[in-house]
Design a protein around this ligand. Structure first.
Ligand code: SF4
Ligand code: MG
Length: 328
């Protein structure tokens, strides 16, 4: 199987005054060319740190990607590249869009100049060509009157339109991988749907793979081929989108699905997971989900569960499925 991105045993720790925070603690997953992988979990589970680690944008200090981590992209370990080599990959082969476009677009530069910047840097276009291409990209992402908007400043656009601009910038260099961290969370529900449709449509056109980071399982159902569920810095379940929704195995995944707003019932929350994500400075000794788990057994409070392979591309980290321990 061809892997575009293969993250192996990624550990990203933060050295704070209060102690060491293992924000990402031994995470492994891969993305195949052209597919959309959803990375889901509540906030504080390590999703965003995983994404910024992939681009080597972890602020150091206090953050550090630990020895033994590997981020293999197109066969090369990104952690072994120089910063100069890494700059050729960011915004070019791997690009990223964030939750709040106002913080990612520079308010003092015209929109066209910001799109042109990536083209000047990575594609060797001259200024006039870059401007033409910027207008073309704005058209592609459905911005009305692109010839005018190209000279506007970010504040004159709505949140949805700014996110379209971010997508235009992210796709301008035909990346192989687009990392989208909560790309629609800050937007109205109707605009969210439009932006997701646009992303799904464009990623096919440019044949990019997507790492879609979200806490919203509705977004996952709309867009993803496969899903990785994260909890407290670890991957707890992995599978194709149908198995995850039809037959979730990990009690955390089951809880996430139950707390999804019902599409038909009109009920806002069917159920939810009690408690909160554990303090990373004071993690439970055994399974990190044990304090919130309605299936917890004695062993769960003593030992950390390993990954159990359930089938092809289907794994879970939970003692309920760990045959070695003779449970189920
Ligand atoms: Fe629950 Fe135990 Fe499974 Fe953890 S290992 S999710 S506590 S059953
Ligand atoms: Mg986040």
């Amino acid at each position: 199987m061809e892997k575009l991105l293969d993250i192996r045993n990624l550990r990203t720790y933060f050295y704070t005054e209060d102690g060491v925070v293992p924000a990402v603690d031994g995470v492994s997953f891969y993305i195949k060319p052209g597919e959309t992988l959803g990375v889901v979990g509540e906030s504080g589970c390590g999703k965003s740190v995983t994404s910024i680690s992939t681009l080597r944008l972890v602020p150091n200090p206090p953050g550090k990607i630990m020895e033994g981590s590997e981020i293999i992209f197109e066969g090369t370990d990104l952690l072994k590249l120089s910063e100069a080599e890494m700059r050729k990959i960011r915004g070019n082969k791997i690009s990223m869009i964030f939750q709040e476009p106002m913080t990612s677009l520079n308010p003092v530069f015209r929109i066209g100049d910001q799109i042109a910047e990536v083209l000047l840097l990575h594609q060797g276009l001259n200024k006039a060509e870059a401007r033409e291409k910027a207008i073309e990209m704005l058209k592609l992402v459905g911005i009305p009157r692109p010839e005018k908007v190209v000279d506007d400043y970010p504040h004159s656009l709505s949140g949805g339109m700014r996110q379209r601009v971010m997508i235009a910038m992210a796709l301008a260099c035909n990346p192989r991988l687009l990392i989208a961290d909560e790309p629609t969370t800050a937007l109205d529900v109707t605009v969210q749907a439009q932006i997701l449709d646009l992303m799904n449509d464009l990623k096919k056109k440019v044949n990019a793979a997507v790492m879609l980071i979200t806490h919203n399982l509705g977004v996952v159902a709309e867009s993803c081929d496969r899903v990785v569920v994260m909890y407290a810095g670890k991957v707890v379940e992995e599978g194709d989108v149908y198995s995850i929704f039809e037959d979730p195995k990990h009690p955390y995944t089951v809880g996430l699905l139950k707390s999804m707003p019902s599409a038909v019932g009109g009920q806002d929350k069917l159920d939810s997971i009690p408690g909160v994500v554990p303090n990373p400075l004071n993690l439970p000794k055994g399974c990190r989900f044990a304090p919130r788990c309605n299936k917890a057994m004695d062993i769960c409070r003593e030992k950390q569960p390993g990954l159990t392979v359930l089938g092809e591309e289907r794994t879970v980290r939970c003692f309920l499925y760990n045959r070695e321990d003779g449970v189920k």
